[in-house]
Design a protein around this ligand. Structure first.
Ligand code: NIG
Ligand code: FE
Length: 414
C-alpha cells in the first residue's frame, strides 16, 4: 500500500540527483523543503513536494495518510560501524576504567575483547540472536535504518562463523538494511601472544576461506593499532580479503599513529574508522581516495580519548562519516541521535555536517549510498518522523531524549 505523509514542517536532507558522498564544504549544504509532502510506494520514495502543489499529485484510493503537522521528516540514520552481536555486557571493566585502568591495560590482562571472546564460547547461537534482535529493535526506535555489524568476538574459526551466521539470520529477520563484516583480526588470543603471525595465518588461511565459502561477509576488518595488529598484518589480511572480493573497513589510529589509515587507503578500503590519531600525513593520504574517514564519537567519549580532528578533516576537503561503534567495551550505545549531538558538541561539526555524516556519508561507508542516506526519488523508504520540533538544529541541541516519533522502514510504519 502506498503511504502519503502530509503537512511536513520540514523535509530534511532531500536530493534531486544522487551523490555517492559529500566532501568538505559541501557537507554543510543540506537541502530541505518546508511545508512538504512525501509519497512512498512499493517500499521506495516515489515523490515529494510542497503542500501548495499537492493537487498535482494523485493520491489514489489505496493511499494511507499520515499527518506530520509540526514535525520533520529525515532519512533514517545509517550506522556504518557496530559490534552489536555480543554475548554479555562488560560493566565491571567500565568501573575498572573509572578507577584508572586504560583500555590497553584491561586488554593486556585478558579482559576487553578477549573477555567477550571467552563468553561467546558459552552462549548458544539462539541466545546471541535474541539479544542482538533486542538491540536492533532499540536502535530502530532511535531512528537507525541501516546498520553494519562485525564479527570479532569469536577469534576461533567456529566462533567467528557462529557470529556471522547470527548476523545472516538478523539480515533475514529484521526490517533494517544490514551488512556483515568479518573481523577475525580484532584481538590476538592469549595462546598466540608469542606467535602473532600464526594467528594472522589462521585468519587468512582458515577463517577467511570458510567465511567466503558460506558467503557470510560483505566486508573485512582489522584492528590496526598499537598492541593489536601491525601494518604488515593488516596489509596481508586486506590483500587476502580482496582476493575473496571483500573490501576493507578497518579500525585505524584509535590508540596511536599506527599507519592504519595509509594502509587502508593503499588497499582501497571502503572506510577507515576511529581516527583519533590523524595528522597531516593521514589527511593527505585520504584526500582523493575512495576511503571514507569515519569518526566514532561514542568510543572516544566513553574511553576518554582524544577526539579525532573532524573540523580539520572537513576543512581540508575530506568527507566524514559518523557511526556509533555500538559494542560492550568502548561504546555501549547505538543511539545515533546522541552520536550526532556529540559530533556537534565535541567535534564542532555543524548540525548540517553531522546530519550528512550520519546519513549519506555513512551510507557510502556501507556501500549503500545509492539506496539510502537521503530523501531522493527511487531510494529505499527508510525515514522517520520526529516529535514536534522547532528546527532541525534542535535534534543535536536537545540531546539525550528520543525525538523520533514514527519510524518507516521499507515503506512500512514499524
Ligand atoms: O571499535 N577498537 C576496537 N574494537 C572495538 C571495541 C571492542 C570491545 O572493546 O569490545 C571498538 O572500539
Ligand atoms: Fe569498532
Amino acid at each position: 500500500m502506498a503511504l502519503l505523509i502530509k503537512n511536513i514542517k520540514k523535509l530534511v536532507q532531500i536530493e534531486y540527483g544522487h551523490k555517492e558522498k559529500v566532501c568538505g564544504k559541501e557537507m554543510s549544504e543540506i537541502q530541505t523543503l518546508d511545508d512538504a509532502w512525501l509519497k512512498i510506494d512499493d517500499g521506495k520514495i516515489a515523490a515529494f513536494g510542497r503542500m501548495r502543489d499537492i493537487d498535482a499529485m494523485k493520491e489514489g484510493n489505496e493511499t494511507r495518510l499520515l499527518d506530520a503537522s509540526g514535525r520533520m521528516v529525515f532519512p533514517s540514520y545509517v550506522d556504518s560501524h557496530t559490534h552489536l552481536v555480543y554475548p554479555a555486557s562488560r560493566e565491571i571493566e567500565y568501573v575498572d576504567k573509572i578507577k584508572g585502568l586504560s583500555y590497553q591495560e584491561i586488554a593486556r590482562r585478558g579482559g576487553g575483547i578477549l573477555n567477550s571472546a571467552k563468553k561467546i564460547q558459552e552462549i548458544s547461537e539462539e541466545e546471541l540472536f535474541e539479544s542482538a534482535m533486542e538491540r536492533l529493535e532499540e536502535i530502530i526506535r532511535y531512528g537507525t535504518g541501516a546498520v553494519e555489524i562485525k564479527s570479532g568476538y569469536g577469534l576461533t574459526a567456529e566462533s567467528e562463523l557462529k557470529m556471522l551466521r547470527v548476523i545472516r539470520k538478523l539480515k533475514d529477520s529484521s526490517p533494517l538494511a544490514i551488512k556483515a563484516t568479518f573481523l577475525g583480526a580484532h584481538s590476538i588470543p592469549m595462546e598466540y601472544r608469542n606467535n602473532q603471525t600464526a594467528y594472522v595465518d589462521l585468519v587468512i588461511h582458515e577463517m577467511l576461506p570458510r567465511v567466503a565459502d558460506e558467503g557470510l561477509a560483505d566486508y573485512i576488518d582489522v584492528f590496526c593499532d598499537q598492541g593489536f595488529f601491525t601494518v604488515e598484518d593488516t596489509a596481508k589480511i586486506l590483500e587476502a580479503g580482496l582476493r575473496y572480493g571483500l573490501r576493507g573497513k578497518i579500525h585505524a589510529n584509535e590508540l596511536d599513529f599506527s599507519g592504519g589509515i595509509q594502509t587502508g587507503v593503499k588497499y582501497n578500503a571502503l572506510s577507515v574508522d576511529h581516527l583519533e590519531y590523524t595528522g597531516d600525513a593521514e589527511i593527505n593520504a585520504l584526500l582523493n581516495s575512495e576511503t571514507m574517514p569515519t569518526i566514532l564519537p561514542g568510543a572516544a567519549f566513553f574511553l576518554n580519548m582524544p577526539y579525532a580532528p573532524a573540523r580539520k578533516m572537513i576543512d581540508s576537503g575530506l568527507p566524514v562519516a559518523l557511526a556509533s561503534d555500538f559494542n560492550p567495551g568502548s561504546s555501549p550505545s547505538g543511539n545515533m541521535q546522541l552520536i550526532v549531538s556529540m559530533a556537534s558538541i565535541l567535534y564542532k561539526m555543524l548540525p548540517e555536517e553531522a546530519i550528512m555524516a550520519s546519513t549519506l556519508n555513512s551510507a557510502y561507508a556501507m556501500g549503500l549510498s545509492d539506496q539510502l542516506g537521503s530523501i531522493a526519488v527511487g531510494k529505499k523508504a527508510n525515514v522517520f518522523i520526529t516529535t514536534p520540533i522547532p528546527a532541525y538544529e534542535y535534534m543535536p541541541y536537545y540531546y539525550g531524549t528520543n525525538k523520533v516519533e514514527t519510524v518507516i522502514l521499507n515503506g512500512e510504519v514499524v
